[in-house]
Design a protein around this ligand. Structure first.
Ligand code: FES
Length: 119
């Protein structure tokens, strides 16, 4: 009986460690070129905004129905699908979207040439 308990414990432990390992693998990163002299850059599904010393990465997916935003008009990001507009801080300026753009956790590489987006 004690042996079965020990085996069950190790099976439980093995499964737990394996799941944690898979979760670590599932945490993906995306890496894009970074130019601190560009105020705005569009990289696939990420918008990078530089304002002074502050760099912010936003999801380029509109919070209305998820269309990818890939252009600006004046100082606003404009969704090509239904015209929602966001300012440089990702705040909704015109609907139909009513939620701000999602801020993505990011960091600049030590050499300053890439931005790392964590998902
Ligand atoms: Fe962007 Fe509708 S998906 S405004």
């Amino acid at each position: 009986m004690a042996t079965a308990g020990i085996v069950a414990f190790f099976v439980f432990l093995w499964n737990k460690l394996t799941l944690q390992h898979l979760e670590i693998i599932a945490q993906k990163q995306k890496i894009y070129p970074f130019n601190k002299n560009r105020s705005v850059s569009f990289n696939e599904d990420v918008i990078v905004v530089n304002q002074g010393d502050k760099t912010t990465a936003y999801s380029a997916h509109c919070t209305h129905l998820g269309c990818r935003i890939d252009k600006m008009e004046g100082d606003r990001f404009v969704c090509p699908c239904h015209g929602s507009q966001y300012d440089l801080n990702g705040k909704v300026q015109k609907g139909p979207a009513f939620r701000n753009l999602e801020v993505l956790p990011s960091s600049i590489s030590e050499d300053g040439n890439t931005i790392i987006i964590k998902s």
